[in-house]
Ligand binder design. Structure first.
Ligand code: C2E
Ligand code: MG
Ligand code: MG
Ligand code: MG
Length: 287
């Protein structure tokens, strides 16, 4: 009896482990199938990135949504890390880039709005990424100067010469680079001077901590000062309240994103609901 009881947690662990493996395998298979044969399961939602002081729409971040007929809605926090473990992320990334560029470029009222697309390390290093970028812009009519790649800090570690050269080539196409989730990874203010980034996007953790920890504000303010001294803009991510919005503007963040300003939603909803699309032309390079 005692022996049986002591084995139970182990059996439970094994069962749970097997179920997790099966779910992961299923998700990988089904995502591949969706991309190959039923891309209507995939939809891109766009989240506003606004000017921190005026609230004007500056950019839209493309965030992938997947609704499977049986599995229901699968969150990107589950399927993106899985896809990143294989070349599947290349298919995912190519799909998002092509679809988002086509959707945004088809709307002349978004000409002054930057499109931000997330890119994973494996995509950057697949040897075809630069060609994919320029071909996609050409085929969709997307102006490279209105395109921005969000790359997480951790995706760039380790930073070797090849990767650095690639980033410079991306910049040479006119495409912006934004360092996503900045301040969480193997974070490296010490690497920053080497990176051709135009925007630092601070991790949500900084904004989360603002109210409880006065030092979070000090750190954010310091990041802004360092960034500005290098000619780099700062986006505060994960702004959920008016008070957080006021604080990040006060410390000098240039741009803001978060539920307070708008959740990710289909482009048609952005176009019909958002009253803040800028009508006055100004060079997108201004970002
Ligand atoms: P991310 O690029 O850092 O995107 C920000 C995430 O935070 C999004 O989650 C967004 O919906 C969420 N978010 C935005 N504002 C707020 C807020 O105020 N409060 C809270 N609690 N959350 C907020 P989502 O869409 O679930 O995406 C999660 C991650 O999945 C993204 O993090 C990104 O790393 C990845 N991802 C999504 N789509 C793609 C894609 O097309 N390609 C790649 N490579 N990664 C993607
Ligand atoms: Mg992002
Ligand atoms: Mg982020
Ligand atoms: Mg966000």
């Amino acid at each position: 009896q005692a022996r049986k009881a002591s084995r139970e947690p182990y059996v439970q662990f094994r069962t749970q482990h097997r179920e997790e493996l099966q779910r992961r395998q299923r998700i990988e298979e089904e995502l591949r199938r969706a991309l190959d044969t039923d891309p209507s399961q995939l939809e891109i939602h766009y989240q506003p990135i606004v000017s921190a002081d005026s609230g004007t729409l500056v950019a839209l971040e493309a965030l992938l949504r997947w609704t499977h007929p049986d599995l229901g809605s699968v969150p990107p926090t589950e399927f993106i890390p899985l896809a990143e473990q294989s070349t599947l992320i290349d298919k995912v990334g190519a799909h998002v880039l092509a679809t988002a560029c086509a959707e945004v470029a088809a709307n002349p009222q978004l000409r002054q709005v930057m499109l931000c697309v997330n890119a994973s390390r494996r995509e950057l290093t697949n040897g075809e990424f630069l060609r994919r970028l320029s071909e996609t812009c050409e085929q969709t009519g997307m102006d490279p100067h209105s395109l921005c790649l969000e790359i997480t800090e951790s995706a760039l570690a380790p930073l070797d010469g090849g990767l650095l050269a690639l980033l410079r080539h991306i910049r040479a196409l006119g495409i912006q680079i934004s360092l996503d989730d900045f301040g969480t990874g193997a974070s490296s203010l010490s690497e920053l001077y080497r990176l051709p980034v135009g925007i630092l996007k601070t991790a949500k953790a900084f904004v989360d901590a603002l109210e409880e920890h006065p030092s979070a504000r000090t750190i954010l303010s310091g990041i802004v000062d360092v960034a500005h001294a290098m000619g780099v803009r700062v986006t505060a991510e994960g702004v959920e309240t008016a008070s957080q919005a006021a604080t990040i503007a006060a410390v000098g963040c240039d741009l803001a994103q978060g539920y307070h300003f708008g959740r990710p939603k289909p482009l048609v909803e952005i176009l019909t609901e958002d009253p803040v699309i800028p009508s006055t032309p100004g060079p997108p390079d201004d970002l």
